[in-house]
Design a protein around this ligand. Sequence first.
Ligand SMILES: Cc1cc2nc3c(=O)[nH]c(=O)nc-3n(C[C@H](O)[C@H](O)[C@H](O)COP(=O)(O)OP(=O)(O)OC[C@H]3O[C@@H](n4cnc5c(N)ncnc54)[C@H](O)[C@@H]3O)c2cc1C
Length: 243
Amino acid sequence: MRRLRPVLLSVAALLAAGIAATAAKADGPTITPVSLHVTTPIPFGVNCGSFNILWTADFTGTNITFYDGVFLEDRWRIGEVGAGWQSLMMALQDEHSAGFSPHLDRLVERTESWAASPGPDDGAPIDKEDVRRRLIRAATDLEVAQLLEVRSTYMVSIGEVPVAEGPMGKLFSTEAVVRHAEALTAMVGPDALRSRLDPTALENGLIEHALRYSLGMTIYGGTSEIQRNIIGERLLGLPREPR
Ligand SMILES: Cc1cc2nc3c(=O)[nH]c(=O)nc-3n(C[C@H](O)[C@H](O)[C@H](O)COP(=O)(O)OP(=O)(O)OC[C@H]3O[C@@H](n4cnc5c(N)ncnc54)[C@H](O)[C@@H]3O)c2cc1C
């Protein structure tokens, strides 16, 4: 009987599919060869062992549980037998390359819409130079984020793996959303803090949502520190951090 290691990958990586990794050797060397299968949820009534978080910041917190007595058909296998780690790495590489510029795009668009509406003192906020400057800074970062993402997409389209270019896009776009959500909230003032369910919320609460949501973006899919490690090691040739 083979011991199965069903691994639940992150939603972004493989659309919430259940992924089962079958270990070729239960008590092998440090890295055991595994094969990956797509699977339906594991049925109740089988032996379920311990629950661990297999990877953290490096590999986005994939969960691992151990089962005995589960059989999977080989037609559900992804990749070659024993090459499961490579298949997993491919999905994680995609996740490390996720682009977040659409969030910044919406934030800039909605803040601009707020700024263009007349305020209580007749003039619109956008008439003020400071407001225009902050919007321009955010729009400029949006342009950079989009270009970085387009480069990764282009590389994939010609069969190249954006090993460091993907993380550059993820790092830049997520940190830009944090930076500008903070700056634009400060500019709009307390009115920006009413959230979506409040009917008086500005721009349907999008600015408030961006302020909260942006912090998570710099964590999931590989934290900013991990993205910097990848860029440093894989693109700049810096030494690996001591482990
Ligand atoms: C909103 C949200 C949604 C999420 N969704 C999913 C999901 O759908 N699926 C899923 O599997 N996971 C998900 N996660 C989990 C997420 O992937 C992990 O939180 C992330 O990988 C960080 O792991 P950790 O929280 O264990 O932090 P840790 O690994 O404990 O890291 C703690 C801190 O140490 C830093 N650090 C860790 N290792 C290093 C290193 N080698 N070098 C430099 N700095 C380092 C990290 O950057 C971080 O600042 C989600 C998290 C959030 C916040």
